[in-house]
Ligand binder design. Structure first.
Ligand SMILES: Nc1ncnc2c1ncn2[C@@H]1O[C@H](COP(=O)(O)OP(=O)(O)O)[C@@H](O)[C@H]1O
Ligand SMILES: [Mg+2]
Length: 225
């Protein structure tokens, strides 16, 4: 089942009076359970594509469908709710809240959406356990290693049960052993829970862990595997 569909996306930025064609005519489909990697040089348009897939940025042309919903049809208010419920983001650094313990980082997602139930707590604890963080549930971010913090960020991105996970260089701050562990867990969780996941990465060693690999070249996406 196709969860995320980007069709004929282009994006033009205005930069100091010039036009930058960050994306030219890019299409991408991601199925449930798949982890797709996007590699490519700096400035080639990877983050722009991810922002458009995550409804953070409007494309200049083309359509984005998530779970069959064309997101151009949503108002700003609907979009904010859509992002909260239908998308999970993982960024380069974990962006954890310094004064919340690990479990509360996850529950905050639910709090923003309304209320936290007992089932939410149990789901949060289960996710943390699957990510090897049983012993860290009550720890504060500063008590964690970089790899542990990124695993918390992954658990947090899964907390809303959304079907789409978007990760922009999630391993950039990790050594290669930790990076492989984190991506293995991301791939496993995506598969197990039927998520469509896109990961932008610079790290070639992550590619064997992904179902498909695309290379962004100057605003064009080329499938490699
Ligand atoms: N907000 C912006 N305003 C103007 N130009 C931008 C903006 N964001 C990105 N760009 C330009 O778009 C191109 C692609 O950038 P980006 O998507 O960040 O690439 P990548 O993530 O592959 O490094 C670059 O030329 C960059 O300078
Ligand atoms: Mg980028």
């Amino acid at each position: 089942m196709t969860v995320l569909s980007l069709k004929n996306i282009s994006k033009t930025y205005k930069q100091a009076g010039n036009e930058v064609h960050a994306l030219k005519n890019t299409s991408l489909e991601v199925e449930a359970g798949e982890l797709v990697a996007i590699i490519g040089p700096s400035g080639s348009g990877k983050s722009t594509l991810l922002s458009i897939a995550g409804a953070l940025l409007q494309p200049s042309t083309g359509t984005v469908e998530i779970n069959g919903q064309n997101i151009a049809a949503l108002s700003e208010k609907q979009l904010a709710k859509f992002r909260l419920n239908e998308l999970g983001f993982i960024l380069q650094t974990s962006n954890l809240i310094p004064y919340l313990n690990v479990l509360d980082q996850l529950l905050l997602v639910k709090k923003m959406g309304g209320s936290v139930t007992k089932a939410d707590r149990q789901f949060g604890i289960q996710l943390l356990s699957e990510l090897g963080l049983d012993a860290k549930i009550k720890k504060m971010p500063h008590e964690l290693s970089g790899g542990e913090r990124q695993r918390v960020a992954i658990a947090r991105a899964f907390m809303n049960n959304s079907k789409v996970i978007l990760a922009d260089e999630p391993t950039a701050s990790l050594d290669s052993k930790r990076a492989v562990e984190v991506v293995e867990l991301l791939a496993k969780e995506a598969k197990q829970r039927g998520k469509a996941a896109i990961m932008v990465t610079h790290d070639e060693r992550m590619l064997p862990l992904c179902d498909h690999v695309y290379r962004m070249e100057d605003g064009n996406l080329v499938q490699q595997s």
